[in-house]
Design a binder for this molecule. Structure first.
Ligand SMILES: Cc1cc2nc3c(=O)[nH]c(=O)nc-3n(C[C@H](O)[C@H](O)[C@H](O)COP(=O)(O)OP(=O)(O)OC[C@H]3O[C@@H](n4cnc5c(N)ncnc54)[C@H](O)[C@@H]3O)c2cc1C
Length: 320
């Protein structure tokens, strides 16, 4: 036998893509494979002989012919099956390959993982970025946005690099982390964790009307949910995004959302401004009962689902 194939099989969920995922890191001869299965995490962690990484399958090739006594030297937590919460976050290196201005205070950062890492972040989950700022370790969460909505960047030729992360980040001039992120140059390095977060796609099964209420950067998880609902969730007849911002210039990806709504009648978007300038004819104000009653229709026989994301004050008020 010249090679071993390890296949991680996760049970299929009818109609809904699995929110389970596998992250593979092969760096400096160490193989770390973590498969998230619901709330559990299975890990292979080996100092191995030689291997090459494919998309879902991992092929470990022998350097020399003959019988293998073992797969390699087991490392910490090898062959363990633990609740995901019980595992420390693992960070791997990534490189900033492009940075595009989205609006006056928000940029789209494209991070490329090193060759040897394969990571898919399921819809609704986030990753952590970690760095050292003035001798202190700083860690902040960010939710990748949908790659298919990202306008093509002529300076970065390979737009289809599957493992690239696109993070849409609002920069706070007085913030701790984002001013540092904003000063990174193309080619600079950053540490990124694997996918995290409790969001599950299971409740979306059989949903017919999906309502997405987002404020500010709470838009980021919605970007992928919108694409998923239009492309993969066959039962959904209508997806509506209600996007709250202070002023018109704060709205992220407005033309992308408007284009999508123009192309697909199942998708609608409405913007609500709390501090509109003169001339704004759309909705105004903050989230309250009257706007929600107005927007969240429940037609007969519909199964509706509402996702809310934004600053704590916004989500608390909306849930109320
Ligand atoms: C699950 C999750 C996903 C996220 N995804 C994204 C995303 O995709 N994109 C995105 O841009 N953000 C996202 N965020 C927010 C992000 O993690 C950071 O909080 C944000 O980038 C600010 O980081 P910062 O360190 O630069 O600013 P911070 O230092 O946190 O400061 C932010 C602002 O709050 C003010 N502030 C700080 N502390 C206080 C205080 N005690 N009292 C009053 N004001 C204070 C600061 O002056 C500044 O204006 C997400 C957050 C979570 C929890």
């Amino acid at each position: 036998m010249r090679s071993i194939l390890i296949l991680i099989l996760t049970p299929p969920l009818p109609k809904i893509p699995s929110s389970g995922c596998t992250t593979i890191d092969l760096q400096d001869g160490v193989l770390r494979l973590e498969a998230l299965l619901g709330k559990m995490s299975y890990m292979l962690h080996l100092l191995q002989m030689a291997c090459s990484v494919g998309k879902v399958q991992l092929k470990i090739a022998k350097q020399t012919r003959g019988k293998w006594a073992s797969l390699g030297q087991p490392l910490e937590c090898h062959n363990s099956f633990l609740p995901q919460k019980g595992r420390a976050l693992h960070y791997r290196d990534c490189v900033l390959v492009s940075k595009t201005q989205v609006n006056h205070n928000t940029c789209l950062f494209r991070l490329q993982l090193r060759c040897g890492t394969v990571m898919h972040v399921p819809v609704g989950k986030h990753v952590y970025l970690k760095t050292r700022i003035q001798e202190a370790e700083v860690v902040k969460p960010y939710t990748p946005v949908d790659q298919s909505l990202v306008p093509a960047d002529p300076l970065v030729p390979d737009q289809t690099h599957g493992s690239d992360l696109f993070l849409m980040v609002k920069v706070y001039p007085d913030g701790l982390f984002t001013p540092h992120l904003n000063t990174l140059k193309i080619g600079d390095h950053m540490l990124v964790s694997g996918p995290e977060g409790p969001f599950s796609l299971r409740p979306l099964r059989d949903v017919t009307h999906l309502y997405l209420l987002a404020a500010g950067t709470g838009f980021t998880p919605m970007a992928r949910l919108i694409q998923l609902s239009l492309q993969d969730l066959g039962t959904i007849k209508k997806t509506k995004l209600l996007f709250f911002n202070r002023q018109e210039e704060d709205i992220m990806w407005r033309s992308e959302m408007d284009d999508l709504a123009a192309k697909d009648e199942r998708f609608q978007v409405e913007y609500v401004l709390s501090e509109p300038r003169a001339g704004w004819t759309g909705r105004t104000g903050r989230v309250d009962q009257s706007v929600l009653r107005d927007v969240l229709g429940r037609p007969d026989g519909a199964k509706c689902y509402v996702c809310v994301c934004g600053p704590a004050a916004f989500t608390e008020l909306t849930e109320e």
